[in-house]
Write a protein that binds this ligand. Structure first.
Ligand code: NAP
Length: 514
């Protein structure tokens, strides 16, 4: 078997994927080598900046195998990776250092394992999983600010095909003929989608298999008459970016602000203005939305230096979309209304994908006049907006939804882990679940994420744990026993403690399957 040295340019492969341009590198000190007795090397994959322990028999010298493997895929991610390694090879030939390490770390998307990651995100599969790679702990230094643009329509199509690819390769129903596969997918669903009808053989080459199942490329443009009120948007995280973009696309005049300014770029490119501070945005806008991580962030935005309170005045509306506890909501509501402002809470149910598609479920409560004034915004952001009456009912509804989701997610992780221990094929189990009475998008997408060892941060686990904590707190105050949620919360706490808070909630499998 060929042996390799740190620095060697190679092709490295994950099961079911084409060989990918990569380099043998030295693992960080905190990266454990898998206990398997086979020879393994630590590999960095070009194009993604990701790392994985890989078995030696799945690694080949780059130059010697260029012709053989460089046609492995036509996907842009693969082609970019080839370009990157070629650039690195050329630099080495000229005696220059390989700068792609830093460049790729810099250009990593907004959250680890974003949906657009090609092969190498899969390469971060778990130690102890059935795959032959081991995970790199999610070292902080590798997470960088978003620079990636939102997926194009074509990319979304590809991703949906990839999900179908997962179903194909794992269901064992129809191993070879893509047309047969199309009928299999359609048969599980009475109304076939266009994506299902359009599947092509190319989807088999695509390495990314964990797109959200409810994603669709058929986003029907909404017939929205945008309000003439100027709109502000504070907080451009996983949810905020697509939400603010949808406001712009629907024709609203939008001014954005984010603590890390780089995240404003896609919005400014789409036509939004950029404010210099929350106060600045509030001064220039009539209605201001906020969507930030947690209660501390919500308070910082409102009462911090150059915060919302510095700009609020009579008639202006502030809409809090972050998921936080009812005390925080009451506190900021009082602060804003005392200055003559109007306040609405409007947490959302959904995920990154539904935010991108303008298909969130919005749970509004508070000032009804503000709800009416902002209606065209809600139309742009969601598929359904509920007005739930008094302040607090929106947040409480949202927390109950997320408590159920978190408990179910933890249970799914346990089921899949138990299957592994019992020698039950996990892929078959997932197929069974997807055909059973508990089939739902969560089982489909998060189950796939677990089996692929690929945890794109659609809903960061740290936020899921926060929502479990807040719902338990609600149960405590109301003396409602919440045994199941309490147990699930322990798993989320553990997963966060071992360093996976920024990964998707499905990463709870890591704690369950430890
Ligand atoms: P995220 O990607 O972690 O983004 C968090 C945002 O909050 C970023 O813009 C961040 O700014 C900002 N932020 C954090 N601390 C701050 C502070 N002290 N001052 C000012 N800004 C601060 O979170 P997300 O997934 O978009 O979620 C946002 C909210 O929506 C959360 O309450 C979450 O529970 C809820 N939610 C999320 C989902 C989902 O699927 N992701 C679904 C429904 C509801 P920087 O960029 O500077 O860090």
């Amino acid at each position: 078997m060929t042996s390799f040295e740190v620095g060697d340019f190679v092709w490295a492969k994950m099961t079911g994927y084409p060989y990918w341009p990569a380099k043998v590198v030295e693992p960080d000190k905190d990266v454990k080598k898998p206990s398997k007795k086979v020879e393994m090397y630590f590999i960095r994959f070009y194009g993604t900046g990701d790392f994985a322990w890989t078995k030696a028999d799945l690694i080949h010298k780059y130059d010697e195998n260029k012709e053989k493997y460089s046609l492995g895929s036509k996907r842009s991610g693969f082609l970019d990776a080839v370009k990157s390694i070629e650039h690195a090879v050329e630099r080495r030939e000229k005696g220059l250092p390989d700068t792609s390490d830093e460049e790729e770390e810099e250009s990593e998307p907004e959250s680890e394992g974003s949906d657009d990651q090609p092969l190498a995100k899969k390469a971060k599969s778990e130690q102890g999983s059935s795959m032959e790679t081991a995970a790199t702990p999610p070292a902080k230094k590798r997470r960088k600010v978003a620079k990636k643009s939102l997926p194009t329509r074509e990319e979304l199509t590809l991703k949906h095909q990839n999900m179908a690819h997962y179903l194909l390769t794992r269901s064992q129903l129809l191993p070879t003929d893509p047309n047969q596969f199309i009928s299999a997918v359609v048969s599980t669903d009475s109304t076939p989608t266009t994506e299902q009808r359009n599947l092509t053989t190319d989807s088999r080459l695509s390495p990314d298999t964990t797109a959200d199942a409810d994603s669709t490329t058929n986003i029907v443009p909404k017939d929205i008459i945008p309000t003439d009120k100027s709109i502000g948007f504070l907080g451009l995280g996983i949810m905020g970016v697509p939400m603010a973009l949808n406001l712009v696309k629907a024709g609203h005049e939008v001014t954005v602000w984010n603590r890390s300014q780089a995240r404003c770029t896609p919005l400014v490119e789409a036509g939004a203005k950029q404010g210099t501070s929350p106060a600045d945005v509030v001064q220039h806008c009539d209605i201001i939305f906020s969507c930030v991580s947690d209660a501390n962030a919500v308070r910082d935005l409102v009462i911090g230096n150059t915060g919302v309170l510095q700009g609020i005045s009579a008639g202006k509306g502030y809409i809090e979309m972050s998921t936080v506890d009812s005390d925080t909501i009451k506190e900021i509501s009082e602060a804003i209304t005392m200055r003559g402002g109007r306040f609405l809470e409007a947490p959302v149910s959904g995920n990154k994908k539904s935010a991108e598609q303008g298909k969130l479920v919005i749970l509004a409560a508070g000032d009804r006049s503000l709800y009416m004034d902002a209606y065209s915004c809600f139309e742009a952001l969601g598929k359904k907006t509920f007005f739930l009456g008094e302040l607090g009912s929106g947040g409480n509804t949202k927390l109950i939804v997320n408590m159920l989701m978190g408990s179910f997610m933890a249970s799914l992780a346990e089921g899949l882990s138990l299957a592994e221990k019992a020698g039950v094929d996990q892929y078959t189990l997932l197929d069974v679940l997807n055909l059973s009475d508990i089939a739902c998008p969560l089982v489909k997408t998060k189950g796939a994420a677990i089996l692929e060892g690929h945890f794109p941060a659609s809903f960061p686990l740290k936020h899921q744990q926060k929502d479990m904590r807040l719902s338990l707190q609600m149960g405590e105050e109301l003396e409602q026993p919440l045994h199941v949620a309490g147990a699930a919360n322990e798993l989320y706490k553990r997963t966060k403690a071992i360093g996976f808070g920024d990964r998707d909630m499905s990463c709870v499998y890591r704690a369950v399957n430890a």
